[in-house]
Write a protein that binds this ligand. Structure first.
Ligand code: 9MR
Length: 460
């Protein structure tokens, strides 16, 4: 289902793109030559992609701004309004007005929305900045769950975690209060986001990850590879692509995009701007994206140069008067010249590789289960850890009695029978085999209050 959402978004944009939209829409699925689009969004849609921009909510009253926004783009990212400090200014008091305004503006005009961002070391509300340890971990997961739930069905993709890797040569994680809660904070955030909005693509997003040879790029690549191998729910990687003299565009960018795509994730260019707005460099970036079937969209970080966080670098496609710059023409031409991908994006198999067949006879050794709960008012996420005893097991069944009023709404990495009272859970194809003393995890989301849960485990 998830792979079709991008096409649906492209088609929706095409449907609003005016004359010729129907004919152009057919080019998404056929090899017929596409008509040249006259706007960034329509041209990208003809190639099965989107073309987006960051939007600042307070500018929606500027008609020069909205004229370009509404004409050119079919994807919108809130520049600041969905960040943690904007959406949860006081703990457990959520504030969605500014973000909702952007979402409504976009969706009522047939544009899609990228969510940015659920968990980040920066732009945290004050109450969160001073937190640490398990209290911070729980607060972060609650934030992810609440915000992703609020926007469920309205955003096609989330930057679940933003900028978690360090600059420089280490290739490791950036130090932050979130990182200090444990290295698994990123995967915990992804799992909570999947539970809250199973229909959204879940992305990791970062900057200075464009150059394939950089340690930071390799660090993120290794994390994504590991997530895919272990079944952590990640669908996409966002490359911010803020190019400037210190961090220039390099020709191995296409290698970066295609290498990540080969891991089985979509790739997206999420915050593009280029110091000086070289038409050639913008053209190269578009061509690189079009060359990678799973590069499904480009977002520029603002509309006019004056809208840019780096306005003095004049890095965008429109000048301060709203006129198209040479870079705009280069981007539009590259979109129109590009070929329709012959290998349309498909969801990769999500099952990680199964263990080698070294499992001993069934039933030898048993298992145990423990459960950890992330409770908020009215609901919770339970993560169940299944641990094999002194021998490997080839399958498991977990029983969990839920208190009255608790109802399971969603689950991952296990088969379920029952959603109230006594619930039984069995392994899925890829996580039944657990080595002696080793563990696997599954989870579920429920309405109500968990209380104390006492899982039983039987092995097969
Ligand atoms: O463009 C955003 C600017 O208005 C904010 O002041 C700034 C605060 O951190 O964030 C800018 O957007 C950033 C984005 O959220 C993440 N990647 C880097 C972007 C530019 O700083």
């Amino acid at each position: 289902m998830r792979s079709t959402r991008w096409k649906a978004a492209s088609r929706a944009a095409l449907a609003l793109a005016g004359a010729g939209a129907l004919a152009a829409g057919m080019a998404l699925t056929a090899t017929a030559p596409a008509a040249a689009g006259t706007t960034l969004g329509a041209s990208a849609a003809e190639k099965g992609r989107y073309f987006g921009t960051a939007v600042a909510g307070f500018k929606l009253s500027d008609s020069a701004y909205t004229t370009i926004l509404n004409r050119e783009f079919n994807m919108v990212t809130a520049e600041n309004e969905m960040k943690m400090n904007a959406t949860e200014p006081q703990q457990n008091q959520f504030s969605y007005g500014a973000a909702d305004q952007i979402v409504n503006h976009a969706r009522s005009r047939g544009m899609s929305v990228r969510g940015h961002t659920l968990a980040w070391h920066s732009q945290q509300p004050g109450w969160m900045e001073s937190m640490s340890g398990s209290a911070l971990r729980q607060a972060m997961l609650n934030h992810v769950t609440q915000v992703a739930t609020h926007f469920r069905g309205q955003v096609v993709a989330w930057d679940v975690v933003n900028e978690a890797f360090a600059d420089g040569s280490s290739g490791g994680r950036r130090d932050s209060n979130l990182q200090r809660t444990g290295n698994d904070w990123i995967e915990a955030a992804f799992r909570a986001a999947r539970a809250a909005d199973p229909g959204a693509k879940l992305c990791y997003n970062d900057y200075n990850t464009d150059n394939w040879t950089h340690a930071k790029t390799q660090g993120v690549y290794n994390m994504v590879r590991d997530f895919k191998a272990r079944g952590v729910p990640i669908d996409c990687v966002g490359f911010q692509s803020h190019f400037n003299n210190e961090s220039p565009y390099v020709s191995n960018y296409r290698t970066t995009l295609s290498s990540f795509a080969a891991l089985g994730v979509d790739v997206q260019i999420t915050e593009l701007d280029i110091q000086g707005a070289s038409a050639n460099t913008y053209r190269s970036v578009v061509e690189d994206c079009l060359a990678v079937a799973r590069c499904n969209g480009i977002t520029v970080w603002g509309i006019r140069d004056s809208d840019s966080w780096r306005a003095s670098q004049t890095p965008l496609l429109f000048n301060n008067n709203g006129s198209k710059k040479p870079a705009y023409d280069a981007v539009l031409a590259a979109l129109n010249n590009g070929t329709t991908p012959t290998d349309p994006p498909t969801d990769p198999p999500t099952d990680p590789p199964t263990d080698p067949p070294t499992t001993p006879p069934p039933g030898s050794g048993g298992c145990t289960a423990t459960v950890s709960v992330n409770q908020w008012t009215g609901g919770f996420v339970a993560t169940v850890k299944v641990t094999a005893g002194s021998s490997a097991i080839s399958g498991w069944t977990i029983g969990i009695g839920l208190p009255s009023g608790a109802t399971v709404t969603n689950a991952w990495n296990a088969n379920r029978s029952g959603n109230t009272g006594t619930t039984n859970w069995t392994n899925v194809a890829y996580n039944g085999r657990v080595g002696a003393g080793q563990s696997t995890e599954y989870g579920f989301q429920a309405n109500g209050t968990a209380g104390s849960l006492s899982p039983t485990c039987s092995a097969s």
